[in-house]
Design a binder for this molecule. Structure first.
Ligand code: NAD
Length: 470
């Protein structure tokens, strides 16, 4: 059990002024660690420390910022195994997937180091020279969810630093330890007070969202919380990047080969036990391929080895928390009540830990909660369609629009179909792939703004036009 991980405020290690709270291991329900609970006064000091650090860091050279990001990646790599075990203990994912998460965190930091902040000359004439510049913003607040805790923390942290800002980070109260440890490691190499951590749930989160000293907030989490943050942030009109929920539809074209696509469909629907924002969450299949695809998916599901993430051989971990597990159970119960057939899984395992096996449900339609709502867990509904136009309309019925995908052999048809999907990313013959150089963000109620690539980086800057008369 870890009870040694502190808050970092002004680069000093602090215990929580509001005591501690328990972090549960979802694989056996034991206590994985005790987390210091930050007080409102600690948040105030974290913001003040970040403001003071920003006053110095905003004028730092690009090479200094690049070196800092490489140093952060070095610290992550030097502590990779410790961080991966922490992620598994608090989040539940199998250790190889946690190692992938930690490796991704280092890779994202190095990629952010490589990015240039562009300056664009808009006019250079006899009368005037006009240049579009990007300046640092100030203190950036980061609020993260529990599904990919370390990776999403890095997604927020490294563009903020690359752009010259200071940061206050608040991880999910369900998975705080890996982020607090990350911030501790970052403070071994970062200027004093530049990166601070606080902890707690909605109460401290809403204080961050409303804080007048925070110029920008980057939030990843549910759409409902994102909406609350928009209201709370109105006071100082803080800049917002919101990466919110998704209910990604995938459409299988009639010429698809079930053998060729089944592994990819399964992997991207059940990535991280389905607890991935851009996982495939609704699968629209033509009548002619329905049974073949359902059978292959159930076959792959049956080969998964459920277990504690630290046990060797485990391929499928628990759901992260009991609330999420209850949601999955409720959606499957609703589907059953409407005549849905559960091909595999469909019941919580009778053992310690929040285990729910990979579950494939057929004979469900739009209108069932499992199709209409984000399940964010290990269950996938297969919905039959007769006509491709109808499938596109049904895929677009959602108020969410994070990702979508089209699977088939006729690439022209796949591209035409992809262009009709209302979502921020559309994949062809894959899903849920995110990369540091590729902008990612949601349409409709899946978010505001973009992350990653230069577009994502510029969200951490204030655009300034420099207009010089000659
Ligand atoms: P959540 O919204 O419940 O919590 C996310 C964070 O917000 C936590 O740190 C929480 O403490 C904090 N919070 C809660 N209430 C708050 C308030 N009123 N003000 C400020 N902060 C508050 O989300 P979750 O359950 O942790 O995560 C699951 C959701 O996140 C899913 O909907 C998933 O799709 C989404 N998600 C989206 C992306 C993306 O990139 N679009 C990535 C991962 C997860």
């Amino acid at each position: 059990m870890r009870n040694d991980i502190p808050l970092l405020i002004a680069s000093r290690r602090e215990t929580g002024e509001s005591g501690t709270f328990e972090v549960r291991d979802p694989g056996d329900e034991s206590v994985a660690g005790l987390c210091p609970a930050a007080s409102p006064a600690q948040l105030e000091r974290a913001v003040a420390a970040a403001e003071a650090a920003f006053a110095r860091f905003k004028d730092s050279k690009h090479d200094e910022r690049r070196a800092l990001l490489h140093a952060i990646a070095d610290r992550i790599e030097a502590h990779a195994e410790e961080l991966a075990e922490l992620v598994t203990r608090e989040q539940g994912k199998p250790l190889p997937l946690a190692r992938f998460e930690v490796g991704g965190a280092a890779a994202w930091a190095r990629h952010a180091a490589s990015l240039d902040i562009p300056e664009t000359v808009l006019e250079d004439s006899e009368e005037r020279r006009i240049v579009l510049c990007h300046r640092p913003l100030g203190v950036v607040g980061s609020i993260t969810p529990w599904n990919w805790p370390l990776l999403i923390a890095i997604w927020h942290l490294v563009p903020a630093l690359r752009a010259g800002n200071a940061v206050v980070m608040k991880p999910s109260e369900l998975t705080p330890l890996s982020t607090l440890r990350l911030v501790e490691l970052v403070n071994e190499v970062a200027p004093r007070g530049l990166v601070n951590s606080v902890s707690g749930g909605a109460e401290i989160g809403s204080r961050i969202a409303a804080h007048e000293g925070i110029r920008k907030l980057v939030f990843t989490g549910s759409t409902a919380t994102g909406q609350a943050i928009v209201h709370a942030g109105a006071g100082n009109l803080k800049r917002l990047t919101l990466e919110l929920g998704g209910n990604d539809a995938a459409i299988v074209l009639p010429d698809a080969d079930p053998d060729a696509i089944a592994e990819g469909l399964f992997a991207t629907a059940f990535l991280n036990m389905g607890q991935t924002c851009a996982a495939l969450k609704r699968l629209y299949v033509p009548e002619s391929l329905h049974d073949a695809i359902a059978e292959r998916l159930a076959g792959i599901a049956g080969r998964q080895v459920l277990g504690h993430g630290l046990d060797s051989g485990t391929t499928f971990g628990p759901v992260q928390n009991p609330v999420q597990l209850a949601k999955v159970e409720a959606l499957v119960a609703d589907a059953r009540a409407r005549g849905g057939r559960v091909l595999c899984g469909g019941e919580r395992l009778a053992r310690d830990g929040y285990f729910y096996p990979p579950t494939i449900v057929t004979h469900v339609e739009d209108g069932a909660r499992l199709v209409d709502e984000e399940q964010f867990g290990p269950v996938l509904p297969l919905v039959r369609y007769r006509d491709l136009d109808e499938a596109v309309v049904r895929a677009n019925r959602s108020e969410l629009g994070l990702g979508g995908s089209v699977w088939g052999q006729d690439i022209e048809l796949a591209e035409r179909t992809a262009a009709r999907l209302e979502c921020g990313t559309v994949w062809i013959n894959s899903h849920a792939e995110v990369m540091p150089h590729v902008p990612f963000g949601g349409a409709k109620r899946s978010g505001v703004g973009m992350e990653f690539g230069v577009e994502g980086l510029l969200e951490y800057t204030q655009t300034q036009v420099v207009h010089r008369k000659k």
